[in-house]
Each structure stands twice: as C-alpha cells, then as structure tokens.
Design a protein around this ligand. Sequence first.
Ligand SMILES: Cc1cc2nc3c(=O)[nH]c(=O)nc-3n(C[C@H](O)[C@H](O)[C@H](O)COP(=O)(O)OP(=O)(O)OC[C@H]3O[C@@H](n4cnc5c(N)ncnc54)[C@H](O)[C@@H]3O)c2cc1C
Length: 409
Amino acid sequence: MNKSDVIVIGGGIAGLMAANVAAKHGKKVTVITYGSGSFPLFSGAFDFFGRDAEGNFISSPAKGIENLPAAHPYKKIGMNYVTESIDFFKELTSKYNLPYVGTIEKQIPVVTAAGTLKYSCLVPQSMDATNLNKANKIFVVAIKGLKDFYAEMIAENLKKFLRKEITAVEIDLNFLGGRDINSYDAAQFMSDDALKDFIGQLKNFGSGNDVAFIIPPILGIEGNAIYNAVKSSVGAEIFETTCLPPSPVGMRVQKVLVNALQDSGVKIFENTKVLRALKENDKVTGVVVQTAVREKFYRAEKIILATGGFFGGGIVMRQFEKPQETVFDLPVYFVKGAENWSNENLFGASPQGFSMTGILIDENLQPLDVKGFENVRVVGNNIGGADFIFERSLGGIALASAYKVAVSL
Ligand SMILES: Cc1cc2nc3c(=O)[nH]c(=O)nc-3n(C[C@H](O)[C@H](O)[C@H](O)COP(=O)(O)OP(=O)(O)OC[C@H]3O[C@@H](n4cnc5c(N)ncnc54)[C@H](O)[C@@H]3O)c2cc1C
C-alpha cells in the first residue's frame, strides 16, 4: 500500500507547484495525474490580476487584489502568500535556469503573437519587453515555414503602441520538412548548427544597444541557455513573443517543475486517473486510481485537488446548471441563468460567468458546505467564485493557492 503525507491530484501548474512547495517543506509527496495540464496552452506569463470591476486595466495587481471583496479567493489566500508564491517560483525557476522577473506591484509588458502588448506581473526573462521602447532599430523576425507568426502584422500593430519604425524580416533556417511547423517544432529544431545559423542571420540586420529583435518563442524547450547564447552572441536585445499552442514556454515551465520534483524524490504517476476517494469512517484516507489492469489505492494524510476545473476536466457539466466535481463530488458553485453564462468576446472587458464555476473555499482552502473532506484542499482552476478570465487571474490564483496550501499542510 502506497502511503504519503500528501497526494496531489493533477499535474498542471497548481498541482506541480503545490507538490514542489510541499516537498521543499519535507513532506512525502505523491503526484497522480493524467494529461499534461494546460502547459502547452500557457503563454508562460503569469496573470495575477489585470482588471477592476469596471473592466479598467490595473497597473498594480497588488492594489487590485487589496480592493477585492472578502469572499474572493485571493482574500482567502491572503496577500503575504501571494507574494511568497512569486518569490518561491522565481527562486525555483532561476535554480533550473529559467529565470522569471516581476513582482505583484506592477505589470510587465510581453509582446503577443498578434502584435499587442499583454501585461502580466510574473514573466520569463526572455519575454520581458520592458526595454523594448529603448531600442531604435526594432526587427520582427519571421522564420520561413513557421506557421501562425505574421511578422508584418506584428510590426504594424506594435507601431501603434511604440510609435517607432519597426521592420518585419524573414530568415530561413531550413526548418521546412515537407509541412508547416509550429513554434514547439522550431524550438525543438534549435540544434547547435541551427543556433549558429540563427545568430549569424540576426547579426546581418545589426547589433548593439540600440537594436532589438522580436522573435517567436523558438529558443529551445528547456531553460534559458539558448536565449542567453543568442542575446550575447548577437549583442542586441531579444524578446520572445507569445504564440499559438503548443507553447514552448509553457512546456519549459512544466520541465522545470517536473525536474525539481524528480530531484526531490517525489513520485509522479502520469497517465493515471483518480476515480474517487478512499474513505474510512467518513474520512478521506486516500484515493482510488484506475490503472491498466485494476483499481489501486493510495493513502495520504492530506489530499490536494488540483484537477483544473473546467479546463482540466476536474469539473464537468453534462447538463446545463448541473456542474459536477469529478473526483469527490464536492459542491460546485456556478452563476445561474444562461444570459449570465458567457460573453461573445472571450477576452473583452465583460464578465464571463462560466469562469466563476468552481468549488468555494475557506481560508484553509478547504471546500465549503461539505462534511468528511476536512483533509482535502482545493487549488488552481478548481476554485470557484472568481471570474478568472475577466479579471485575468488564472495563473496567479493557481500559483498562490498552491503555495498557501502546501506551506500550511
Ligand atoms: C488556453 C489557455 C491559455 C492560458 N493562458 C494563460 C496565460 O497566458 N496566463 C496565465 O496566467 N494563465 C493562463 N492560463 C491558465 C493556466 O494555464 C492554468 O489553467 C491555470 O494556471 C490553472 O492550472 P491548474 O493546475 O489548476 O489546471 P490544469 O493546468 O488544467 O491542470 C489540471 C490537471 O489535472 C489533471 N486531472 C484532471 N482530473 C484528474 C483526475 N481525476 N485524476 C488525475 N488527474 C486529473 C488534468 O489532466 C490536468 O493535467 C491559460 C489556460 C488556458 C486553458
């Protein structure tokens, strides 16, 4: 019988963060997950808070969070844990050579694949576009054969924000293999030879403090080594953009979190689905999982439910207004009325009722209104009561909730 201090169900951002924090605090941790979470969809830039109730941009996420009502998940988590979660994440990623920058006090611009600026408060160093405006010769670099990266469109749109001359260029790295490639393919193709070629071709456009290159996120699928090599060899500023999935930057984050867990001796069971609670005397003592041949039991003192809400499959809704939490059948909060469910423009400045769906929590991140689940904690997208999409808090609530739960076990 497998017995741990804590079982984490779900290997997305929240689950892997919680597992790392718990392991760092000396807990024996087991992670059980199927799927790879939303890493391949994740831009890499963590949104903590970006909009007030009127839909106005918030330049200080800290101030925005301070003004939230008491029932909001961030208020249950508490600002000190939010700040500590950022520090923990920065320290961990920098140890694994994927440095992140930022604080909860201010937003950092990142160039999107559409040529707009997205503001987040915790971003990979390779995407931090704070200094972009300092350059006077800015090139947007398309790679021949790479789909979904339109350098000319990005240059045109960026001009509206930066009011400078921005030039779209294309380089050929011979990445064509009979089909169009995506950013993840290109990031994988960045061998020593391709890198040398890339650096040489960028240098042809210029170098120096005055020069900046905006490029798709193709600088490898692990760590920052390729970014550092390109930046120092070219001798210019380099900014990776966001991209359409699969996102190499999201996958870099996943690699760091998984490598760190393996270094801490944490067991990770992949492609393994948790079916239900193992209960004794009305108390959750573990979980039942489905393996290829039979059901297996894993016991633990505490269980962290990080199954990702709607996006991760932790909550499903087979019938309208009847959302279900898939492992423990916990009560799920949702906004009533089809007219309040969604708005046409997913990222527009109007609320998206469906994204409030989730499990309501108390200050310990224990599920509310249910008995027998006192040792279960809820993190990440499973948490209900916040319009993550409208207020732009998806990644932030995931990191901060995971951190608080894991340090408080
Ligand atoms: C398209 C998209 C774009 C995004 N972009 C951003 C962004 O730019 N910035 C930002 O801050 N955030 C972004 N996010 C949010 C972010 O990627 C995560 O969704 C968020 O951080 C929450 O992660 P999570 O760990 O709660 O869930 P997930 O990442 O969804 O992970 C949940 C995991 O649990 C597993 N699971 C579910 N049920 C079970 C079960 N019964 N047994 C075992 N495992 C199970 C799932 O397979 C999955 O691996 C984006 C999300 C999406 C969907």
